[in-house]
Design a binder for this molecule. Structure first.
Ligand code: ZN
Length: 215
């Protein structure tokens, strides 16, 4: 359905924050006809606008209050423009054109875990180090309800794991190295330029309670 260019865009959807029950629930699958229907097509457009407005590189339907197995993904060239090339190379991060996934089934193809800081629009203002598989394959439906297989590695694989977790009620805080949880401001101020080894030494990364909290 073509949009009327004289009508202003609807405002971005509100992104729900951690603690909302829908963010902790399993989302339901969509039928292909339902995906092609006007309601889901409009939802996809609004999720795209909301993701770009945030801005973010992915948004799952539960984050805007819809318990559906649907997510949008896009890593725009403009987000990468100011990053240095070694930072991007280390993360295996490159632009990903906009696309939609529905009813995804994820398989790990490269199991070695990569640890990087990530954040979530539903855990605003915070970031933490999260181990994720380096490569994944996702079988899903696209925005027309057609089957699609996505092979991804590096940052794109991380985005897929993060978004598909949302459809199962899982947030990155469930998978993070707990002692690395911090505000994005403090991340930029103290930690952004440290190597993984330096982080390990300073934060005693995977200790459940920290070195001084034994008793
Ligand atoms: Zn998220």
């Amino acid at each position: 359905v073509p949009t009327d260019p004289s009508r202003p865009d609807p405002p971005a959807l509100r992104i729900l924050q951690i603690g909302e029950p829908v963010l902790r629930s399993a989302a339901r699958e969509l039928a292909p006809e339902e995906i092609r229907g006007a309601a889901i097509q409009q939802l996809i457009r609004r999720m795209c606008d909301t993701m770009r407005d945030a801005p973010g590189v992915g948004l799952a339907a539960p984050q805007i209050g819809e318990p559906l197995q649907l997510a949008v993904i896009e890593d725009r060239e403009e987000y990468l423009r100011d990053a240095d090339s070694s930072w991007l190379a280390e993360r295996e991060r490159a632009a990903v054109p906009f696309y939609v996934i529905a009813n995804p089934k994820l398989t790990v193809t490269i199991a070695d875990a990569r640890e990087f800081f990530e954040g979530c629009l539903s855990v605003a203002g915070l970031t933490a180090l999260v181990p994720r598989a380096r490569g994944v394959r996702v079988e899903c439906l696209d925005e027309r309800g057609q089957p699609r297989v996505i092979e991804a590695r590096g940052w794109h694989a991380r985005i897929l794991q993060h978004e598909i977790d949302h459809l199962r009620g899982v947030l990155y805080v469930d998978r993070m190295a707990r002692r690395t949880l911090m505000t994005t401001t403090n991340y930029a101020r103290y930690w952004r330029d440290l190597s993984l080894e330096e982080l390990r030494e300073t934060l005693d990364l995977f200790s459940p309670s920290g070195p001084e909290c034994g008793s």
